[in-house]
Design a protein. Structure first.
Length: 154
């Protein structure tokens, strides 16, 4: 009865000769497609310090507005400028910026958008007030002021 026996001469090993090539191709792909920094800051940013801070839960709903003195003062002057994404804008252009940011979101999430103001500590309040007024007109009611944590000496 045992005329037919199992003759298993096949190997169970997986060839790994091409594995380093595949790993390097994946590494190269992720290096090329990864974005390290979304916005290049064109204004000086020395954020004020605060004692009580709250962390943002959904950063995908946050759009940033940078206000401060331009880094290239010989080209743009020394007056504080408003930067959104990678361009300088005037206060009247804030409504258009908010609308384009809302259009990027789903219709359900459009009312949950948060505008984050990153204002240099030496900036006058006048330009910040102008931006706040334009945000009210654009119906962007959630406003966040970015700051750094105050480290107290012990």
């Amino acid at each position: 009865m045992s005329k037919f026996g199992k003759k298993s001469s096949t190997s169970q090993e997986i060839p790994t000769a091409a594995l380093p090539d595949i790993i390097f191709m994946l590494l190269f792909f992720f290096m090329v497609t990864t974005v390290m920094r979304e916005v290049e800051l064109m204004v000086r940013q020395d954020l004020p310090k605060a004692v009580q801070l709250q962390k943002i839960e959904r950063k995908s709903l946050v759009s940033y507005i940078y206000i401060g003195e331009p880094r290239k003062t010989d080209l743009y002057g020394t007056e504080p400028k408003i930067q959104v994404n990678d361009v300088f804008v005037e206060p009247k252009d804030i409504v258009r910026f908010v609308n384009t940011e809302k259009d990027k979101l789903d219709e359900v999430l459009r009312d949950q958008i948060t505008m984050s103001l990153k204002v240099d500590i030496d900036t006058k309040m006048g330009i910040v007030t102008d931006v706040q007024q334009e945000l009210r007109e654009a119906n962007a009611r959630k406003l966040l002021y970015s700051s750094r944590k105050l480290v107290e000496d012990i």
